[in-house]
Design a protein around this ligand. Structure first.
Ligand code: PSU
Ligand code: MN
Length: 304
C-alpha cells in the first residue's frame, strides 16, 4: 500500500484517540459551484471543529493520498479546474502517474478507513441511477461501503438516483441504514424520500453503541449509514424539485451525458434551474451531516 500522508493534526488526534471526521473532496471540486465551494470547504472544517472533532478532508495531490489538508491544499481542491474525480478504482492509477484529484465517497471511505478513521460525513451518497437497466450506472460508492467499516453520515442518497433501487442494493450488500430521528429515508434535497427505514436512532451515543456492536461482531466489514434528513422547513420545495429534476434527467439523456460526468451534470442543472435553491438545500444537508458526524465522533471517542 502506498503511503498515505496524514496531516500533523490528524496524526496527533488519531494517536490520542481523539474525535476525527473524514470529509470528501469531490463535493468541493465537482459538486458545488465556484467560488462558493472554497467558502463551503472551509466552513465544513470549522463546523467539525466547533463540534469538538478534527476535520480530515481527503484528496490525492501529485500522486499522494492526503488525509487532512492545509489551507493551500484546500484552496487547490476548490480552484483547480483540471482536478480529476477519483473513485476507489482510480486511486492506484492516480498514485502511479502522479495525478491529482478529488476523492468521491468510495475513494474517501477507503483512504479514511486505511488511515484509521471511522466517521465520515458528506451530503448525499451515490447509488443506483434511474436508467440503470440500460446504463448499468451504479455508483462505486455502494461497493466500497459494502466492504468498509466506516460510519457514513449523509442526507440519504442523491435524489437524482433511483432511491428504492439504491435502498434495495444496500440491503443486498449488507449495509445497515439508521434513520437519525426519522422513520423514513431522507431525500437529500428533501426531508423524506418517502421510503421507510428499518432502524431509527435519536442520539449520537446510540450510533456509537451500534458501532461498538459492529466491532463486537467483527465482520464481515461493512459501513453503517446514518441517514440525517434536512429539516422540513429548509428542504427544497418538493414540486419544484420533481419538475426540475425531470428536466435535468431529460437534458442529460439528450446531451448524451454518461459515466462520471452524470452526477455533477445533474447537480449543476438543478442549481441553475432552481435559482440556487437546490444549492442551499444541499448545503443545509452537508452542514447538518458534518455537525452530526462530529457529535458521533465525540460519542465514539468518549466510549472507547
Ligand atoms: N454529495 C454531495 N455532492 C456530491 C457528492 C456527494 O452533496 O457531489 C459526490 C460524492 O463524491 C459521491 C459522488 O461519491 O458525488 C457520486 O458520484 P458517482 O455517481 O459518479 O459515483
Ligand atoms: Mn456513476
Amino acid at each position: 500500500m502506498p503511503v498515505i500522508e496524514l496531516s500533523a493534526e490528524v496524526r496527533d488526534a488519531l494517536r490520542r484517540a481523539a474525535p476525527v471526521v473524514a470529509l470528501e473532496s469531490t463535493i468541493i471540486s465537482h459538486g458545488l459551484p465556484r467560488p462558493r465551494n472554497l467558502r463551503v470547504a472551509t466552513e465544513l472544517e470549522a463546523l467539525v471543529r466547533d463540534g469538538g472533532a478534527v476535520p480530515a478532508t481527503i484528496a490525492v495531490l501529485d500522486g499522494v493520498p492526503h488525509v487532512g489538508l492545509n489551507a493551500a491544499q484546500l484552496e487547490r481542491i476548490a480552484s483547480d479546474t483540471a482536478l480529476r474525480k477519483l473513485g476507489h478504482r482510480d486511486l492506484a492509477p492516480a498514485i502511479a502517474t502522479g495525478a491529482s484529484g478529488a476523492t468521491t465517497v468510495s475513494a474517501t471511505a477507503f483512504l479514511a478507513a486505511r488511515a484509521g478513521l471511522r466517521i465520515f460525513a458528506t451530503g448525499g451518497l451515490g447509488g443506483v441511477h434511474r436508467d440503470w437497466t440500460s446504463t448499468q450506472d451504479e455508483s462505486a460508492d455502494l461497493r466500497l461501503l459494502a466492504r468498509t467499516r466506516i460510519t457514513m453520515v449523509c442526507a440519504g442518497v442523491k435524489s437524482i438516483l433511483d432511491v428504492p433501487a439504491t435502498l434495495q442494493r444496500l440491503e443486498t450488500l449488507g449495509v445497515a441504514v439508521l434513520g437519525y430521528r426519522t422513520t423514513t429515508f431522507p431525500g437529500f434535497y428533501l426531508h423524506s424520500s418517502g421510503q421507510p427505514v428499518d432502524w431509527t436512532v435519536r442520539e449520537p451515543a446510540e450510533v456509537a453503541a451500534v458501532m461498538r456492536a459492529q466491532d463486537a461482531l467483527d465482520g464481515p466489514d461493512s459501513a453503517l449509514i446514518v441517514a440525517n434528513p434536512v429539516p422540513e422547513d429548509q428542504q427544497l420545495d418538493p414540486r419544484l424539485h420533481d419538475q426540475v429534476l425531470n428536466e435535468a434527467l431529460n437534458a442529460a439523456a439528450s446531451e448524451g451525458v454518461t459515466g462520471q460526468a452524470t452526477t455533477p451534470y445533474l447537480l449543476d442543472h438543478l442549481v441553475r434551474h432552481t435559482s440556487g435553491a437546490s444549492l442551499e438545500a444541499n448545503l443545509v444537508a452537508v452542514r447538518g451531516n458534518v455537525t452530526l458526524a462530529a457529535a458521533i465522533a465525540g460519542a465514539w471517542a468518549g466510549g472507547r
